[in-house]
Design a binder for this molecule. Structure first.
Ligand code: SF4
Length: 330
C-alpha cells in the first residue's frame, strides 16, 4: 500500500480499525472490535462486493469509509486525497467529499423521513450542495431523477409511506444520485425487498453504473447476489478481511475455509450438481466481537483448525496473483 496516486484507484483503505466502547459494569469498559486492521483498494468504475454473515463488520466498514461513522485508526485515501488519517488526527473537512460519496441504505422505509414528501427528500440533497439555479431547474432535476429511477413525476408530492418497499428504495437511490456522486456504498440495498423486485433494483444499479461511470462498494450477506454484480469480492469474518480476489476466482476457486463454507451454503439450481456437491456445514454463531477468539478468529468454527490457529493471527498474503487470503494452511 502506498500514498502514490494510482489513476486506477478511487479509494484506498489502509489498516483501518473501528472499535466501539461498551460498558461491562462497575465502571469498566471493553471494546467491540467491529473492524480490525483492514486494507484494500477499490478501482474506478468497479463494483467491489463485501460479504460475510450478520455482525461481521461489513456495514461498519462501509460507513467508516465514507466517514458516516468516525474510524478509530488507519488511513483512507479518496482519489489521491487523504480523507482520514488516524495518526495525524487532521481535521479533514468532508463537505466536498460528501457530494462525491453517497450511500444507499438497507431499510428504505427507515432511511426516508416520513414527514417529508418525495420531492422534498430529493430536493434537500440538491439544496445542501446548491446544485440548481432557480426553482424551475430544481423541479426539473427532481423530475429527471424520479424518471431515472422508474417513478412518475407526480410521485414528488407523495409521502414515503404511500410507496412499496421497492419504490421506497428507488427514492433512496434517486436521493443518492441527486448530488451526482462518483462512489456509492450500497449497504445491502436489496435484502429487505421481495425477491421478485430484487433483480429490478440490481439491474437499475448496473445500468446507472454504466451510464454514469459510478464506482460501488456493494455490501451483502449472500455471496450469490454479490457474485453477479461484483468485479472483485472481499470476504469478512468477525471484523477481519479473510479473502479478496476477482469475483469469478472467489466463486470458483475459494481459498479460505470460511469462504468455502459460505459458498457451500449457496444452493445450486441443478439437482444433479447439488447431489454431488460436498457441503461444509458451518456450525455455531459468529463469536462475540467483544471477546473474539485468539489467533485466527475463525478457529472455533473451522473444520481444518490446527493448534497454531488458536495461537497466531494468520498473515494476509497474496496466495495467487491478485488473490489474497489470511490462513495458516494456505
Ligand atoms: Fe482455519 Fe486455521 Fe485457516 Fe483459520 S488459519 S481458517 S482456523 S485453517
Amino acid at each position: 500500500m502506498s500514498d502514490i496516486k494510482d489513476p486506477e484507484v478511487l479509494l484506498e483503505v489502509i489498516n483501518l480499525k473501528k472499535y466501539f466502547d461498551v460498558k461491562i459494569g462497575l465502571g469498566r469498559k471493553n471494546y467491540v472490535k467491529a473492524v480490525e486492521d483492514i486494507s484494500f483498494k477499490i478501482h474506478k468504475g468497479e463494483t467491489f462486493g463485501l460479504v460475510g454473515e450478520s455482525g461481521c463488520g461489513k456495514t461498519t466498514l462501509g460507513r467508516s469509509i465514507i466517514r458516516l461513522i468516525e474510524p478509530t485508526s488507519g488511513k483512507i485515501i479518496y482519489d489521491g486525497d487523504v480523507i482520514f488519517d488516524g495518526d495525524k488526527r487532521k481535521n479533514i473537512n468532508m463537505t466536498a467529499y460528501r457530494r462525491k460519496m453517497q450511500i444507499i441504505f438497507q431499510d428504505p422505509s427507515a432511511s426516508l423521513d416520513p414527514r417529508m414528501t418525495v420531492g422534498e427528500i430529493i430536493g434537500e440533497a440538491l439544496d445542501v450542495h446548491k446544485l440548481f439555479q432557480g426553482k424551475l431547474e430544481r423541479k426539473k432535476r427532481i423530475d429527471f431523477l424520479l424518471d431515472r429511477v422508474g417513478l412518475n413525476t407526480e410521485h414528488a408530492n407523495r409521502y414515503p409511506h404511500e410507496f412499496s418497499g421497492g419504490q421506497q428504495q428507488r427514492i433512496g437511490i434517486a436521493r443518492a444520485l441527486a448530488v451526482e456522486p462518483e462512489f456509492i456504498v450500497c449497504d445491502e440495498p436489496i435484502s429487505a425487498l421481495d425477491v421478485s423486485i430484487q433483480s429490478q433494483i440490481v439491474n437499475m444499479l448496473e445500468d446507472m453504473q454504466e451510464e454514469l461511470g459510478l464506482t460501488y462498494l456493494f455490501i451483502a450477506h449472500d455471496l450469490s447476489v454479490v457474485r453477479h454484480i461484483s468485479t472483485r469480492i472481499g470476504v469478512m469474518y468477525l471484523g477481519n478481511m479473510v479473502e479478496l480476489g476477482d469475483s469469478n476466482e472467489i466463486y470458483h476457486n475459494p481459498l479460505h475455509p470460511y469462504t468455502q463454507t459460505l459458498l457451500s451454503a449457496v444452493p445450486v439450481p441443478d439437482p444433479e450438481v447439488n447431489r454431488n456437491t460436498h457441503r461444509i456445514i458451518l456450525e455455531g454463531d459468529v463469536p462475540s466481537p467483544i471477546n473474539p477468539p485468539t489467533g485466527c478468529r475463525f478457529h472455533t468454527r473451522c473444520p481444518y483448525a490446527k493448534d497454531i490457529c488458536k495461537e497466531k493471527i494468520p498473515e494476509w498474503k497474496e496466495i495467487e496473483p491478485n488473490h489474497f487470503a489470511a490462513c495458516h494452511i494456505l
